[in-house]
Design a protein around this ligand. Structure first.
Ligand SMILES: Cc1cc2nc3c(=O)[nH]c(=O)nc-3n(C[C@H](O)[C@H](O)[C@H](O)COP(=O)(O)OP(=O)(O)OC[C@H]3O[C@@H](n4cnc5c(N)ncnc54)[C@H](O)[C@@H]3O)c2cc1C
Length: 779
């Protein structure tokens, strides 16, 4: 068998590339040795620092919103000295730009889910590529079920630092690049949220304990824990500890007490964990040749450039590889694909070489440099230079982390600007704090930099494409536990309203909307108890359903509050800033619908105002079984990815908003996830489970189902529509439901081309989650 595009390795790079190619309409087969690559292993860090390059790729794949709950903004480095002193250094002088700490398993889970849901990706887990024959363009793969041989037109080796594809290229080309293991290794441990409280670690920072010859770092996790890493030489030498000298637990305890007394004191359990953890090697390798001779095989990511982790760029660089390569392949005809691979390798290798060098060099700065008194002075000087030369001067680290400038050119630029600064400081050592804006001593440096550096491309200076994902730092105390304010995360919640305009009522609009979404989150919790994998007994239903109904009553009342606190003219002063947002983007409401109703009932032609139901598979209850028909045997009709996508596309809101930018944005961000959700609840939703109750049980639950259905589909939708009309329709006449499109649509068009008056109509109030339930008799 032959597949035109084979990717070896479903790590970060392999999956991201497959998803990008799928977006460009290209299919691939992804082969992964591990059965579940989302599970960690001791050779991979728990957390990763995500910077602009990686973020761009994840944005393009549409994954960032789904990762948002797992991302913690890190606005700078916090240095912890051995004597307990603490110093903070913002990454960005305006304090606006942040790296994001991300759990590797969360990223892998999202990538895997997206790949599984994508019909263009054929994901083969638990299969190892054992042999790569580049001349015959053939692979031999081994799995539990045996061996198979697979031909390919294009082969991408995204198989990490020990790449099998890379080894085959090396063999063919005869110039293998050596793999270097640094003489320092690392061990990882977890600091609990309680440890972090005791140590006074603020959440929104990368913490560094520099100790000259070694160091520890800690990155925050979304659950309040910190993933801490100790980098230490493998072998001790005169005066410098090493992992080999920490053979006994008592050695580790003594080492911690001396080198990291704060950790030894506040988190004493770390010694035992550190003792148990294996010391992992740091492997670096820059492949000499990235393609085979014929140009049908290429390595990317760690397979091409495994680098030291001290700039946090390995994953970011791999993700940027994917974006650049996918763009080249998208533009290339199949016959030109080998030329595209060659182009990629030629253009990208100098950048990889630069970031490999910079990463290795940064170890020195982290363990030594940031502890030196000169570091703070130099940072202050750089800050002033950046203010004085905003279009020219960006410090080295900021260029790496917050721009997508090619690594090689930024390295060259950074070398030149640092040489000028070094020279200036050599001549004016006391001028470190005022050089740039001081008219006498500072001007020469500013002018020299101005003359030496061409202006940066505006795109490199622009703020990040998407708004930063922020988490406000919680108030920290050194008490043993959190205060009530901390427990409720009040600082976070109360800082989570970020208006886009100066209109004062916008905060009320945001807050009340947030409150509604919080209510939905609780509704989903209630429904989850009824729709979990094991069906609960019928007598448990009414209580849960009435809880959900009560929550919907509260959120229904919130619409009145929004109307009261945000007058229509005020709303129009900030609504344009919301484009392309829309209520459609409330993913939670869509989830509630799939937890309650069969997809065939969500097709609701009467709501859409056209009589044509989508073409549905009549044998599959997910899309088309008649209401209340419990007879079809679903066992042979399990929801497939394709039927689940059809179910989403068939929903009333999807058909009614066809062609809008809002729907396109919603589909990109949430489509695959929602389809997976629909598939998961196809044989668990309440309507489906109701059909399987016996008659007495059905009578018992019917009243509560009716109350919930009426509250959501009548009262809530009515209040929602009234609010939208109050904000968006012509106050004099209001739009006619089902007004002909496009120009006779709503007098005040909704955001992003969403024809809201086709989607939000009185007809929607006719939708029923449980149309088969005899409410009248059960009330
Ligand atoms: C301690 C540490 C901290 C780090 N911190 C950061 C950070 O903060 N930020 C950052 O950007 N980067 C960081 N990195 C680097 C980052 O982890 C890697 O650069 C990234 O994982 C590379 O992704 P990849 O997809 O190229 O390779 P991998 O993640 O190694 O994936 C390769 C995949 O290929 C599979 N595979 C291998 N051989 C075969 C085969 N023969 N057949 C089938 N499948 C195969 C493997 O099972 C694996 O799933 C860190 C690395 C370390 C070690």
């Amino acid at each position: 068998m032959t597949h035109s595009m084979v990717i070896v390795g479903a790590g970060i790079g392999g999956l991201a590339l497959a998803l990008l190619l799928a977006r460009a309409g290209r299919s691939s087969q992804v082969i992964e040795a591990r059965h579940d690559p989302s599970l960690g292993d001791s050779r991979r860090s728990i957390n990763l620092a995500l910077s602009e390059r990686g973020r761009r790729t994840l944005d393009e794949i549409g994954l960032t919103p789904r990762l948002a709950p797992h991302l913690i903004a890190m606005y700078g480095r916090t240095r912890h000295d051995v004597n307990g002193g603490v110093a903070r250094f913002a990454y960005d002088l305006a304090g606006a730009r942040a790296l994001h700490s991300l759990r590797r398993d969360a990223l892998m889970t999202q990538l895997l889910d997206a790949a599984r849901d994508n019909p263009r990706i054929d994901l083969r887990l638990g299969e190892t590529v054992a042999t790569v024959d580049l001349d015959a363009r053939r692979l031999v793969c081994r799995s539990r079920s045996g061996r198979r041989t697979l031909g390919y037109d294009l082969l991408i080796g995204a198989d990490g630092a020990g790449s099998r594809v890379g080894a085959a290229i090396d063999d063919q080309r005869g110039e293998p690049a050596p793999r270097q293991a640094l003489d320092h290794g690392y061990k990882e441990v977890t600091l609990s949220a309680r440890d972090a409280w005791r140590l006074g670690l603020e959440l929104n920072a990368l913490h560094v304990w520099p100790r000259e010859d070694y160091m520890a770092i800690a990155l925050p996790c979304s659950d309040g824990q910190f993933a801490a890493t100790l980098f230490l030489p493998h072998r001790a030498r005169a005066g410098v500890p090493g992992f080999d000298a920490l053979a006994r637990r008592s050695d580790t305890e003594a080492f911690l007490a001396t080198a990291f007394p704060d950790i030894a004191r506040e988190a004493p359990h770390v010694a035992a964990e550190l003792h148990e953890a294996p010391a992992a090697p740091i492997l670096c390798r820059l492949a000499r040749h990235w393609t085979d001779r014929a140009g049908h095989a290429l390595v990317i990511g760690d397979a091409a450039h495994a680098m030291a982790p001290f700039l946090g760029q390995g994953m970011n660089c791999a993700l940027e590889d994917c974006r650049l390569l996918a763009a080249l392949l998208a533009d290339a005809a199949p016959a030109d694909a080998p030329a595209a691979l060659a182009r990629f390798a030629i253009d990208r290798r100098p950048d990889a070489a630069a970031i490999c060098r910079l990463s290795a060099d940064n170890y020195g700065e982290m363990r030594r440099g940031i502890a030196a008194p000169a570091f703070a002075r130099r940072r202050a000087l750089e800050g002033r230079l950046q203010t004085a030369l905003p279009d020219r001067f960006v410090p080295r680290y900021a260029m790496i982390a917050f721009t997508t400038l090619p690594y090689a050119s930024l390295a060259d630029r950074a070398d030149r600007q640092e040489a000028l600064i070094d020279d200036h400081l050599a001549r004016h050592p006391d001028d470190a704090h005022g050089a740039a804006d001081d008219g006498t001593t500072g001007a020469p440096l500013t002018r020299a930099l101005h003359d030496a550096l061409a202006p940066l491309p505006p795109a490199a200076l622009a703020p990040p494409a998407a708004a930063p994902i922020t988490n406000q730092p919680p108030t920290l105390s050194r008490a043993a536990g959190p205060s009530y304010t901390d427990y409720l995360a009040l600082d976070t919640i109360l800082a989570a309203q970020r208006p886009l305009t100066d209109e004062p009522t916008e905060v009320a609009f945001i807050t009340l909307h947030q409150a509604i979404e919080m209510m939905f989150a609780l509704v989903i919790r209630e429904l989850a108890l009824l729709t979990g994998p094991t069906p609960p007994p019928a007598h448990r239903w009414p209580d849960r359903l009435d809880n959900a109904t009560a929550l919907f009553q509260v959120s229904t009342r919130h619409f009145g509050l929004i109307k009261r606190l945000v007058p229509r003219p005020a709303f129009h002063r900030f609504r344009d800033a919301l484009t392309p947002a829309s209520g459609l983007q409330s993913l939670q409401f869509r989830q509630i619908e799939f937890m309650c109703a069969k997809a065939c009932d969500l097709a609701a032609p009467s709501v859409v105002g056209d009589a044509t139901k989508p073409a549905l598979d009549p044998t599959n209850h997910l899309t088309g079984a008649p209401n209340g028909d419990p007879t079809g045997d679903p066992a042979g009709n399990r929801a497939t990815g394709a039927t689940a996508h059809a179910a989403v596309r068939g929903c009333y809101w999807h058909r009614a908003t066809q062609g809008s930018d809002t729907l396109a944005a919603f589909d990109t961000q949430h489509g695959p996830m929602l389809a997976a959700f629909a598939a998961r609840y196809a044989e668990r939703n309440l309507s489906w489970r109701y059909d399987r109750l016996d008659p007495a049980e059905r009578r018992h639950v019917a009243g509560a189902l009716g109350r919930f259905d009426r509250q959501v589909n009548q009262a809530w939708r009515k209040a929602h529509l009234a609010l939208v009309r109050a904000f968006l329709s012509d106050p004099a006449s209001g739009p006619a439901p089902h007004a002909p499109r496009p120009d006779a649509g709503s007098p005040v068009p909704s955001t992003a081309g969403l024809d809201w008056d086709r989607y939000l109509t009185e007809h929607a109030q006719g939708l029923r989650f449980f149309p088969q339930v005899p409410y009248a008799t059960a009330a």
